[in-house]
Design a protein around this ligand. Structure first.
Ligand SMILES: NC(=O)c1ccc[n+]([C@@H]2O[C@H](COP(=O)([O-])OP(=O)(O)OC[C@H]3O[C@@H](n4cnc5c(N)ncnc54)[C@H](OP(=O)(O)O)[C@@H]3O)[C@@H](O)[C@H]2O)c1
Length: 263
C-alpha cells in the first residue's frame, strides 16, 4: 500500500541524535528523521566515506570519556537534543554457546549494548528535563526476549537488560515530560547482518542461504518470509518520535515480521 501521509515537517525545529547513524538501521533512521524535518547528528567511529546529509561526529562511545565530549559539541553547536535514538550496538563475540564466551566478550557486549546507551541517556536527559520534553528510543533486539544461545548469548543478555533499563527510565522520566521507548527488531538485512551470516556459513561449512534459513528456523521462522529492511524499522521509529505517538511510552515494540511465538 502506498504511503499517502505527509511527514515532511512534523519534526521541524527538532534536534535528533542517532548513535551509529552511518550504516544499517541507524542510517535509515537518521535519513527518516531528516525527511521529517529534524536536524540530525550521527555518531560512529568511522566516517562512511560518502556524502552525509547529517552532522557527523567521529567517536567510540564505548570509551566512557567520549560521551561528555560528544554532548559538549552538540550542546555548543545545536543546543538541547529533543530526540535521542540509541541505535549503536552489536556483538563481536564468537558463536559456540556459553563455553566460547570469555569475560572480555561479556564485557564488550555489555559495554556496547547497555552501558554506552545508559551513559548517553545520562548526558542527554538534563537538557530534556529542563525543557520538560524529549523522546529516547533504545534499539534492542528480539534476542533480548527470545535468546539465541548458540551465537548471541552475551549480546542477548545485554539487550534484555536494555529493555528492562528502558522501562525503568520511562517510569522515572515520563512524569517529567520525557517519553522512553524500546524497539526490538528481528533479523534486519544490513551489511553487518550479511557479514555475520557469511561468517557463520564459513564456520559451519554451509551456504549463506542455508545458514540464513537455519537462523530463521532457530528463531521459530519469520512468517513474513523475509528479513526486515532498515527502512521498515526506521519508519516505525519515525512514528514513535513524532507528536502522533505522544501517548506512547514505556513499551518495548517488537518489529520482527511475526517471528516471536509468544503473545
Ligand atoms: N541487523 C539486525 O538484524 C539487528 C537485529 C536486531 C537488533 N539490531 C540492533 O540494531 C542496531 C543497529 O544494528 P545494525 O545491524 O544496523 O548495525 P550496523 O550496520 O553494524 O551499524 C552499527 C553502527 O554503529 C556504529 N558503531 C559500532 N560500534 C560503535 C562504537 N563503539 N562507537 C560508536 N559507534 C559505533 C557503526 O559505525 P562504526 O563501525 O564506524 O563505528 C555503525 O554506524 C544495533 O543496536 C543492533 O544490535 C540489529
Amino acid at each position: 500500500m502506498e504511503n499517502t501521509q505527509n511527514y515532511n515537517s512534523e519534526l521541524n525545529g527538532k534536534i535528533a541524535l542517532v548513535t551509529g547513524g552511518t550504516k544499517g538501521i541507524g542510517k535509515a533512521i537518521a535519513d527518516r528523521l531528516r525527511d521529517a524535518g529534524a536536524s540530525v547528528i550521527v555518531t560512529a567511529r568511522n566516517h562512511p566515506g560518502t556524502d552525509l546529509p547529517h552532522h557527523f561526529i567521529a567517536t567510540d562511545l564505548t570509551v566512557a570519556s567520549e560521551t561528555a565530549k560528544v554532548l559538549g559539541e552538540i550542546n555548543e553547536k545545536f543546543g538541547t537534543v529533543d530526540i535521542l535514538v540509541n541505535n549503536m550496538g552489536g556483538s563481536s563475540s564468537p558463536s559456540g554457546g556459553f563455553s566460547a564466551l570469555t569475560d572480555e566478550h561479556w564485557e564488550n557486549d555489555i559495554q556496547l549494548n547497555l552501558l554506552a546507551p545508559a551513559r548517553i541517556d545520562r548526558a542527554v536527559l538534563p537538557g530534556m528535563l529542563e525543557q520538560k520534553s524529549g523522546v529516547i528510543i533504545h534499539i534492542s533486539s528480539i534476542t533480548g526476549i527470545s535468546p539465541v544461545h548458540e551465537s548471541l548469548g552475551a549480546y542477548a543478555v545485554a539487550k534484555a537488560a536494555l529493555i528492562n533499563y528502558s522501562k525503568s527510565l520511562s517510569k522515572e522520566f515520563t512524569p517529567k515530560g520525557v517519553r522512553v521507548l524500546t524497539v526490538s527488531p528481528g533479523m534486519v538485512k544490513t551489511d553487518t547482518m550479511d557479514a555475520y551470516l557469511h561468517s557463520l556459513a564459513g564456520e559451519a561449512g554451509v551456504s549463506v542461504d542455508e545458514i540464513t534459513q537455519n537462523l530463521m528456523n532457530s528463531l521459530g521462522g519469520i512468517p513474513m518470509g523475509r528479513m526486515a529492511s532498515p527502512e521498515d524499522v526506521a519508519e516505525f521509529v519515525g512514528y514513535l518520535v513524532s507528536p502522533r505517538a505522544s501517548y506512547l511510552t514505556g513499551a518495548n515494540y517488537v518489529i520482527d515480521g511475526g517471528t516471536i511465538a509468544t503473545v
